[in-house]
Ligand binder design. Structure first.
Ligand SMILES: Cc1cc2nc3c(=O)[nH]c(=O)nc-3n(C[C@H](O)[C@H](O)[C@H](O)COP(=O)(O)O)c2cc1C
Length: 165
């Protein structure tokens, strides 16, 4: 017998993660996106990452249809943007700065310290989520001084910074 959903969520709360906003475009070119922490590097050569998206996500149909997405890795002081993209707001992009990247997919500037532009390789339905793997075809790395935001125990916090020599 598997553990309950609540027990599973409680167990996983022991695992701090970064926070990323996954963006894409729907059929009529409207930007869509959601806050995620189920993002993992899969392969370095070729460069592949994965993101797990709830089957109830309103962004998922656009993600599946477009086959292009951007993973925007979020900055320590941008909890508010993460909260907007974790909501069901109709226009999540109203108050964030973004530009159209490769294939027109939104790249967030405000609040993102790095991003990865992806072409979908595979989609795998597992339980109540869809695992989407993406080949990374572009992006930007963070600057040395950039601090990512982390999520642990249902709270956002700045990632620890390396000690200075
Ligand atoms: C820190 C954090 C991490 C999240 N990670 C994920 C995730 O990895 N996958 C997912 O499908 N939803 C995740 N969610 C929930 C979605 O952001 C939330 O359900 C959102 O409303 C989905 O928006 P949409 O329905 O417009 O796509 C996360 C929420 C938070 C606060």
């Amino acid at each position: 017998m598997p553990v309950s959903r609540e027990e599973f969520v409680a167990i996983m709360s022991a695992f701090p993660t970064g926070v990323a906003i996954v963006t894409t475009l729907d059929a009529d070119g409207t930007p869509r996106g959601l806050t995620t922490n189920a993002v993992t590097s899969v392969s370095a050569d070729p460069p592949i990452l994965l993101v797990c998206v709830d089957r109830d996500s309103r962004t998922l149909p656009a993600l599946v249809a477009r086959k292009r997405f951007v993973v925007n890795f979020m900055r320590d002081d941008h909890e508010a943007v993460c909260r907007v993209f974790a909501s069901k707001a109709d226009d999540k992009f109203a108050d964030v700065a973004w530009t159209a990247g490769r294939d027109g997919v939104p790249v967030l500037h405000e609040g993102a310290i790095a991003h990865a532009e992806c072409e979908t390789l595979d989609e795998l339905v597992i339980g109540d989520h869809v695992v989407v793997t993406g080949l990374v075809v572009g992006g930007d790395a963070p600057a040395e001084s950039d601090v990512p935001i982390v999520y642990v125990n249902k709270a956002y916090a700045p990632a620890p910074t390396p000690p200075t020599a």
